[in-house]
Design a binder for this molecule. Structure first.
Ligand code: SF4
Ligand code: SF4
Length: 180
């Protein structure tokens, strides 16, 4: 039996930013300055599942026991994205918060983040496509450019990487191919 009842704020079944913040799942300001993709782990239930912990090359993800939820040490995370590739529940997205300012350097995109979303539907969006971006409740937040699409050689997981304003970077959790 899961431990949803033990996580205040999860009664609705939709993880909110407030719940993630309370659980330490949103990066603190100093960590946001790292020019890497940081994992946002929406997994807040105690379940017997360990791929994210097992694949992490730096030991940044730990669990009290194998049936407990993952804990992340922000300082140890290098942004390799392996945990998101390995998670069978698509519970981990990644946010490179200062991607526009530090890496993209495209005029007008200084306040944009790169958000990396695990995706298992068809058709798979392509680089340059415009897609809808949705929050954790499925609410439409707007549309975004697909900056790149990667497929994990080890796990087969597709990550759709979209450019979004920093103001919604932590809200975006799903992408949706726009109707033709
Ligand atoms: S992004 Fe890489 S280093 Fe960071 S927690 Fe995930 S697997 Fe570990
Ligand atoms: S692999 Fe995914 S579902 Fe499993 S414990 Fe880690 S975050 Fe949760």
């Amino acid at each position: 039996m899961s431990d949803v009842e033990g996580t205040p704020g999860l009664e609705s079944g939709v993880v909110t930013l407030a719940v993630l913040r309370e659980a330490g799942r949103l990066p603190p300001p100093d960590v946001l300055e790292k020019a890497v993709a940081l994992p946002i782990i929406d997994c807040l239930e105690d379940i017997p599942c360990t791929p994210c912990r097992d694949v992490c090359p730096t030991g940044a993800i730990t669990m009290k026991t194998m049936i407990n939820r993952p804990e992340l040490n922000w300082d140890a995370c290098t942004g390799c994205t392996l945990c998101a590739q390995a998670c069978p529940g698509l519970a981990i997205s990644l946010v490179n918060y200062n991607f526009g300012r530090k890496s993209l350097k495209r005029p007008g995109y200084e306040d944009y983040s790169l958000v990396m979303i695990p995706y298992e539907l068809l058709p798979i969006p392509k680089k340059g496509d415009r897609v809808n971006v949705l929050d954790r409740a499925g609410k439409l937040l707007g549309e975004a450019e697909v900056f790149s699409v990667t497929r994990s050689a080890k796990f087969g997981t597709v990550l759709v990487n979209v450019l979004v304003p920093q103001s919604i970077a932590f809200e975006v959790k799903h992408v949706e191919v726009k109707a033709q």
